[in-house]
Design a protein around this ligand. Structure first.
Ligand code: 6GU
Length: 246
C-alpha cells in the first residue's frame, strides 16, 4: 500500500540541514511512521567527479556566482526517474509565494522534489526543468534550504494521520482564512489578568460565539488582507490591542 503523504526529495549543497526534519517533532514522527518520505541529496554527488564545480561566474560580469546547469540537470533527472511521478519545485525568492493553498496541493502529490538554490542565483536554463518556482516570503535567504524545511513542515501537517484529530480541526481554522481566537489555560488570574468570564461559564454556545467574534476581530485588525479590507485602515503590528478590545 502506498503512503498517505508525499515522498520529499530534496537536492541541496547542504543535505545535512534536513536531518533534524527527519528526526524531530511532527515531521520526524511522520517520517518515522512512514506517513511521508524524506530524502536529501548532495548536489556535488552529481558533478561526475570531485574537481567539477557546481558554480561559476555570470556571463556579462557582475557580482557573485551562479549554479551551473549540468549538475542540476543530472540530479533532477536522476531523482525524477527513480521516484514516483509528482511535482518538481525550484526554491527561489523569485517564485510564487507559498501559502496554505499550495501546501494543500502539494500534500496530494506522491512525490515532491525540492531544489534548493544557493549562491547568487541559478543559470536561467535550469528553470524549465521545474514545474514551478516557490518563495516563502519577501526577504532574501542564503539558500532555499530553510524554505524547503518550511514547505516540508506545512505540507506534512496536512497529511492524514500526522496530526491528532484535535490538532487537525484547529489547523483547519487557518484554511478558512481567519486567525485563531485568544486562548487561556490555568491559572484563572495571572499577574492581575483574568481569563474572560465567558470561557469559564460552561456555556458552549456562548463560548463558540465569543471565539468566532474574537477570531473575526483579530483578523480584521492584524490581517485585513485576509478579509479583503483595506490594509491602510489597520496599523496594528501584530500584537497590539484589537480595536474594541476591553
Ligand atoms: Cl525559496 N529562497 C531564497 N534564497 N530566499 C527566499 C526564499 C527562497 N523564499 C523567501 N526568501
Amino acid at each position: 500500500m502506498s503512503r498517505p503523504g508525499p515522498e520529499f526529495h530534496v537536492i541541496s549543497l547542504f543535505p545535512e540541514m534536513f536531518s533534524p526534519a527527519s528526526l524531530c517533532g511532527v515531521t520526524g514522527k511522520a517520517v518515522e511512521q512512514g506517513l511521508v518520505g524524506l530524502t536529501a541529496y548532495q548536489l556535488r554527488d552529481f558533478t561526475g567527479g570531485s574537481i567539477h564545480p557546481v558554480d561559476d561566474s555570470p556571463y556579462g560580469g557582475g557580482p557573485g556566482m551562479l549554479m551551473k546547469p549540468e549538475p542540476v540537470f543530472a540530479a533532477v533527472e536522476q531523482v525524477s526517474s527513480t521516484a514516483p511521478p509528482g511535482v518538481s519545485v525550484l526554491l527561489t525568492p523569485q517564485g510564487r509565494r507559498f501559502g496554505q493553498e499550495a501546501a494543500a496541493r502539494l500534500a496530494d502529490e506522491k512525490r515532491v522534489l525540492l531544489f534548493c538554490g544557493r549562491y547568487e542565483g541559478v543559470d536561467e536554463r535550469i528553470r524549465p526543468l521545474f514545474d514551478e518556482e516557490l518563495s516563502i516570503g519577501d526577504y532574501v535567504l542564503s539558500g532555499g534550504e530553510l524554505a524547503a524545511l518550511v514547505i516540508i513542515d506545512a505540507v506534512t501537517r496536512l497529511v492524514p494521520g500526522v496530526l491528532g484529530s484535535d490538532e487537525s480541526t484547529r489547523q483547519e481554522s487557518f484554511s478558512d482564512g481567519r486567525l485563531e481566537y485568544p486562548q487561556y489555560t490555568r491559572p484563572a488570574v495571572f499577574r492581575g489578568e483574568a481569563v474572560p468570564d465567558v470561557l469559564r461559564s460552561g456555556n458552549h454556545a456562548e463560548i463558540e460565539r465569543w471565539r468566532r467574534e474574537q477570531s473575526e476581530r483579530r483578523t480584521r485588525a492584524r490581517r485585513p488582507d485576509l478579509v479583503g479590507v483595506d490594509r491602510s485602515a489597520g496599523g496594528d503590528r501584530g500584537r497590539g490591542e484589537e480595536p474594541g478590545d476591553d
